[in-house]
Write a protein that binds this ligand. Structure first.
Ligand SMILES: [Cu+2]
Length: 327
């Protein structure tokens, strides 16, 4: 065996080793690179998409209070008007009439009792009193009718064309929210288990796993639908209640005036777990709402494609272009 032969054989082994090394490690290295660049792309996309964080317990605005007697504080234009009508018109009129009638009763009982008035009057007509007790109630009814009809009309007002449509579907026994104008994605909303709600300092049996997120100060076209039986979509602090009926879509406008969390419940007896299908609405700024929509995989109205696109790295794009040019 001469020196040249040994060198050839050894070099041959070296070549095989080198080839083996390349075969074993090179693809992994390439994959690692790919993975790194893919990760970088995802991170970039995440950084570009505005971050969204849900409100905590400090932002709860509409919820029942222990011992609460009257309406909840209102956060929609109709709700504020209705609450004003209740507090400024109905309650004072009811109170004055009740006290007046009670006074008349007591006066008759005391002044015209047999002991004090042994010979009763035989009077059967008094024109003045008859006119008064007809005209005054008519005036009272007119005073009530004006704001009442105004409120009724406001509650039937159709949403403007650019209102954001959200469809609330009642199921036995949970809600789903379909974002019709934002790519049609659907949010399934179940009651939060008691332990989770307590841990998050949220109201038990009102808190949900996925809230219905909506933009604040924007007209919403809320549609309700019953998937199985009749449910009702009701949120007391927003003056909103509408039946969710199988086979038909009900529609009503809602505008929420402040950011916050508003709780409601199913308000139609719908079966065994009727009391366990709460509603939680989270009203956010338009910016936050859009960030949430994108995080859900939805689209912003007016745009055809998802706003978050995974960009192709510049190098790869160049390579693809070169390949195309060569072909
Ligand atoms: Cu229900």
């Amino acid at each position: 065996m001469n020196f040249g032969e040994i060198a050839r054989k050894r070099l041959h082994i070296l070549t095989i080793l080198a080839a083996a090394f390349t075969l074993v490690f090179a693809p992994q290295a390439a994959m690692a690179q790919d993975a790194e660049s893919a990760e970088a792309v995802v991170e970039e996309a995440a950084a570009e998409a505005p971050a969204f964080e849900h409100f905590g317990a400090d932002m709860i605005k509409g919820q029942p209070e222990p011992g609460g007697l009257t309406f909840q504080q209102q956060y929609s234009p109709n709700g504020e008007y209705a609450l004003w009508m209740h507090d400024a018109i109905l309650m004072p009129i009811i109170t004055v009439i009740s006290i007046f009638v009670l006074f008349l009763l007591l006066w008759v009982v005391v002044r015209y009792r047999r002991g004090a008035n042994p010979v009763p009057s035989k009077t059967s007509h008094n024109t003045l009193i008859e006119v008064v007790w007809t005209v005054i109630p008519v005036i009272i009814l007119l005073v009530i009718a004006v704001p009442s009809i105004r409120l009724l009309a406001a509650q039937y007002e159709a949403p403007p064309e650019d209102a954001i449509t959200i469809k609330a579907n009642g199921y036995q026994w949970y809600w789903t929210y379909e974002y019709v104008d934002n790519g049609g994605f659907e949010v399934i909303s179940n009651m939060m288990p008691e332990a989770d709600a307590l841990a998050a300092n949220l109201p038990v049996q009102l808190a949900v796993d996925n809230r219905m997120v909506v933009p604040v100060n924007t007209p919403l076209r809320i549609q309700t639908f019953g998937a199985d039986v009749i449910h009702a979509f009701g949120i007391p602090s927003l003056w909103f209640k509408m039946d969710a009926v199988p086979g038909r879509i009900n529609e009503k406008m809602l505008t929420i005036e402040e950011e916050g969390i508003y709780y409601g419940q199913c308000m139609e007896l719908c079966g065994a777990r009727h009391g366990y299908m709460p509603i939680a609405i989270e009203a956010r700024s338009m910016e936050d709402y859009q960030a949430w929509v994108l995080a859900q995989g939805g689209t912003i109205s007016g745009e055809e494609e998802p706003a978050v696109e995974v960009e192709v790295p510049a190098e790869e794009a160049a390579e693809t272009e070169e390949a195309a040019a060569e072909a």
